[in-house]
Design a protein around this ligand. Structure first.
Ligand SMILES: Cc1cc2nc3c(=O)[nH]c(=O)nc-3n(C[C@H](O)[C@H](O)[C@H](O)COP(=O)(O)OP(=O)(O)OC[C@H]3O[C@@H](n4cnc5c(N)ncnc54)[C@H](O)[C@@H]3O)c2cc1C
Length: 588
């Protein structure tokens, strides 16, 4: 073959249209109908008006530059250098420039760490509402998941220090942590898990000794994400304190001492992880390291749980974000890939798989926006809001993180074999999806927190029930018969949760009961949202799908697809906006 015909052959082969496109490129805010329509429901009108340009900007970055950087950073994980060339234990971690550029977007341009703690971020004359912060996290994570851990844990460390540290410690740490200078700021993290167990926190072995006017920590922390953070919040047992969780105190461990020397702890190893590969998780050994006591020495775990709960909410948001990305990818494939002479979205079986992806995506969006708005209300001192948040947080964390796994696998399958290949984002989404069911408590631990503590001890399900019943009353644009069915499911889900909480022999049902509470919460929220004139009515169809498929008995030996569902699927995947007139007849 001569050179010219060889070139022709090559150019004939360059036919990218043979494969479906990926979901990168568009502005992730602009294409997210649900987010755009729901934000004005959960944010004050003036805040929405002022912040929408920043949602636009983050959407553009997430669909563009951040997405490129995230792909590169995932392929170039951080590297630990345990010693310098003189043999000094000056350990440090090298990050790829792509990760550094993402950090400057997060901590510099957007100042995620400070946005809900002080005025002056994104042009706001006061801290941002939490709904706005989590909406921005949601957009960011559609491109990059790994870095959201250091971002969130810096934010939550600042929260803990502001709330519990004495004034002198606040002055010292917050001046460094709340700065807008991304190059010099101190970032935070949280190390709790030891080899003795992440779930059984009371078994922790790290000790604290008070010596020459300072606390010194000794022990071994087994899972330390953002291992080289400037300040790590951690629990340790002061010498002589009680066993179990009661004897744990909260400390802030600085990486550098006040005179600039390295504190006496070492990052001994980085973990070789399935996902979150752009971010460094390591093991650290504390060798009499200096740490500052935070708050009440007798309330360590109670104080730390504030950070855990904030992280749990953020994990729910991150799962919602990754699931949205999965749905975007699946839709790009379904519309762009041809088989047997048709776009694959035309096949009923494929559309059913798409619905199974879309449903948990929209459920998690509604639940996280609602939970974030409840947190804003709790901060404003609204009665019952803190109790409501108490149950919404683990509900979101438990179920959205769990749903993320089949959603990621489902989206990979829609792309076919290419979804398994690391050049496409699906493979990373599958890897990253799994961590959500581990950190900040496994699914079991979160389900037990919901049922045993939030329902059993606090009775928070009653506040949840009252809040959801009120929303059903408000949704008077939705047919009453449908709302009555939801009301019936709500009552049963609340009774079921209370029964499991009050019956020791039913502990093994905790996940089922917690799952039902999540599903009924999402179904009521989507019904309420669909009843608002500005919101697309397909959310009511999604609400019905939750009711039929997550809250009703199924006969495995009868067809799962009901008569109305074919038409509902057509409508849900239509690109036009739907009104209640379009969907009303399908609400049963
Ligand atoms: C990549 C990565 C990064 C991490 N980063 C951090 C970090 O920065 N800081 C930090 O503190 N931790 C971190 N973790 C640790 C994580 O939070 C723990 O792995 C998690 O809490 C589970 O603890 P464990 O691994 O000790 O498992 P275990 O606690 O031993 O649990 C094992 C199994 O037993 C189950 N189980 C335990 N108790 C009960 C019960 N009462 N009823 C029913 N089932 C039960 C659990 O659900 C789980 O399935 C990280 C983990 C990973 C993988």
């Amino acid at each position: 073959m001569d050179a010219l015909s060889n070139r022709r052959h090559l150019s004939r082969d360059r036919r990218p249209d043979l494969l479906a496109p990926d979901g990168a490129g568009p502005n992730f805010y602009a294409i997210d109908r649900g987010l755009r329509e729901l934000l004005p429901l959960y944010l004050a009108a003036e805040d929405f008006r002022r912040l929408e340009p920043h949602f636009e900007r983050m959407g553009e970055l997430a669909g563009g530059r951040l997405d490129e950087l995230a792909r590169i950073a995932d392929q170039h994980p951080p590297v630990l250098h345990p010693r310098d060339r003189f043999g000094r234990d000056e350990d440090w971690i090298d990050y790829h420039s792509s990760y550094r550029e993402m950090e400057s977007i997060a901590f510099g341009e957007f100042q995620f760490h400070a946005m809900t703690h002080r005025a002056g971020v994104l042009g706001m004359d006061r801290p941002l509402p939490l709904v706005a912060k989590y909406a921005l996290q949601y957009l960011f994570v559609q491109a990059e998941f790994g870095l959201m851990c250091p971002i969130s844990v810096t934010d939550t460390s600042i929260h803990l220090i502001r709330k519990f540290a004495d004034q002198a410690l606040q002055d010292y740490l917050l001046s460094k942590m709340l700065t807008s200078n991304a190059g010099t700021m101190w970032k935070g993290t949280q190390f709790m898990t030891e080899r003795t167990g992440g779930s059984d926190v009371g078994a922790m072995e790290t000790t604290a000794r008070f010596e020459d006017g300072e606390w010194r920590l000794t022990g071994d922390k087994w899972f330390c994400s953002h291992a080289d953070a400037d300040v790590a919040l951690m629990l340790a047992r002061p010498e002589g304190a009680a066993d179990g969780t009661r004897g744990l105190a909260l400390f802030a461990l600085p990486r550098r001492l006040k005179d600039g020397r390295r504190n006496s702890y070492r990052i001994v190893r980085l973990k070789d992880k399935l996902g979150t590969r752009s971010m460094a998780s390591g093991e650290i050994v504390l060798d009499g390291a200096v740490a500052y006591l935070v708050g009440d020495i007798h309330a360590g775990l109670k104080q730390m749980m504030e950070q855990v709960n904030l992280s749990r909410l953020s994990h729910g948001v991150r799962a919602a974000a990754m699931m949205r990305r999965c749905l975007n990818e699946a839709m790009a494939c379904a519309r762009g890939r041809k088989a047997f002479g048709h776009a694959i979205i035309d096949f009923p079986l494929l559309r059913r798989q798409l619905l199974k992806i879309a449903l948990p995506v929209e459920q998690s969006l509604s639940v996280f926006l609602f939970a974030a708005s409840v947190m804003d209300r709790a901060n404003a001192g609204e009665k019952d809001a803190a109790e409501l948040l108490r149950i919404l947080t683990p509900l979101l964390k438990f179920r959205a993180c769990r749903d993320n796994i089949p959603v990621a696998t489902g989206a990979m399958e829609v792309r076919g074999g290419n979804g398994y290949i690391e050049e496409w984002v699906n493979a990373r989404l599958v890897r990253d999806a799994h961590i959500g069911v581990l950190w900040e408590g496994t699914s079991n631990i979160n389900a037990l927190d919901i049922i045993t503590r939030a329902v059993g001890k606090s009775g928070a399900h009653r506040v949840l029930g009252a809040a959801l019943a009120k929303l059903l009353d408000e949704a008077d644009a939705i047919p009453a018969s449908f709302r009555d069915r939801l009301r019936g499911k709500l009552d049963r889900a609340l009774d079921f949760a209370a029964r499991v909480a009050n019956t020791a022999a039913l502990e093994a049902d905790a996940r089922t009961a917690a799952g039902s509470l999540y599903h009924v919460t999402s179904a009521v929220l989507m019904c309420w949202e669909a009843g608002r004139a500005s919101v697309d009515a397909r959310r009511a169809l999604l609400s019905r799908l939750v009711l039929e498929h997550r809250l009703s008995a199924q006969d495995p030996l009868a067809p799962a697809t009901k008569d109305w569902e074919g038409e509902a699927a057509e409508l849900i995947f239509a690109e036009r906006k739907l009104s209640l007139a379009d969907v009303g007849a399908l609400l049963g």
